[in-house]
Design a protein around this ligand. Sequence first.
Ligand code: PHE
Length: 358
Amino acid sequence: MDEVEALRAELLSAVSGASDLAALEDARVNALGRKGRLTERMKSLGALELEARKAMGARLNVLRDELNEALAARKTALSSAELEARLASERIDITLPVRPEREGRIHPISQVIEELVAIFADMGFTVAEGPDIEDDFHNFTALNMPPDHPARQMHDTFYLPPDANGERKVLRTHTSPVQVRTMEAGPPPYRVIAPGRTYRVDYDMTHTPMFHQIEGLAIDSSTHMGHLKGCLIDLVRTFFELDDLPTRFRPSFFPFTEPSAEMDIGCSRKGGELKLGQGGDWLEILGCGMVHPKVLELAGVDPTRYQGFAFGLGVERCAMLKYGIPDLRTFFEADLRWLRHYGFAALDTPSLATGLSR
Ligand code: PHE
């Protein structure tokens, strides 16, 4: 075997023997790099006679082309092998069980507001909002409670410090100011509900200084007390999922409705256990009435052309009754163990699309 043959055998076997891309690169540099074996051999051609140089040059060129081809082929083979190995080692096993992750819970207050809003939406009500920090006019005066009206004292109001003009804002004591804001915003008809926070200076088993109400307002040219009763009876029967839930309306008093009523639902209290439905006992659930002409007038609605009803319902009470939550104060203690027990999975929350079915 002559010298070129020996070199060829050596260099080609280094290429075919390279086990990875790094080794292949070493083999390339060793053969064709600036100081590579073949490169050095080519540099030495100048020392030969013309004829010998031509013949040797041609052989070395053939060898170089052969080497380049072998390098390219080996590179392709090694790259695809490497890719195959990676695909095999990094494959995702979709049969493995997912890692358990603790998911958040929907607070019963949010859940119940969603449920009530969904029921009212089916009756054609839309949601309205007003500020938690109200002015005296919207919280009291416009609701037919002028300054010094005795009903104001029933509200145990949180007052903010007086501003530069001596005006004392209040934390709204009920959601009824949203009635006024709705009427101020445009002409009748109105069919709105306003869920939101309300505040009163009070704290015991059945009162917290912050609680939630849903206000309702329906005004049109001929809306009457029959509509009020139908709407609210439907509401409680749908919400508590009891088609025959007994209801009654008791005369009551609110300065902003005339006549006014309180709505009770039927229950039994046998053995100290409260159970909704037939049973001979009654439980107060909301306040309501026909909007007082004075309230319409103060908000710029003509009481000779328009009339209708309003109601205000306690969200906490609805949640406690429907989901068996005994102590009101626990709603706002932010105890995660409580929330895990009484809270709802996100998918339980009814939407306008899914309705109430769970
Ligand atoms: N705002 C009243 C309350 O907080 C409830 C109510 C609203 C009564 C609307 C009648 C009409 O007690």
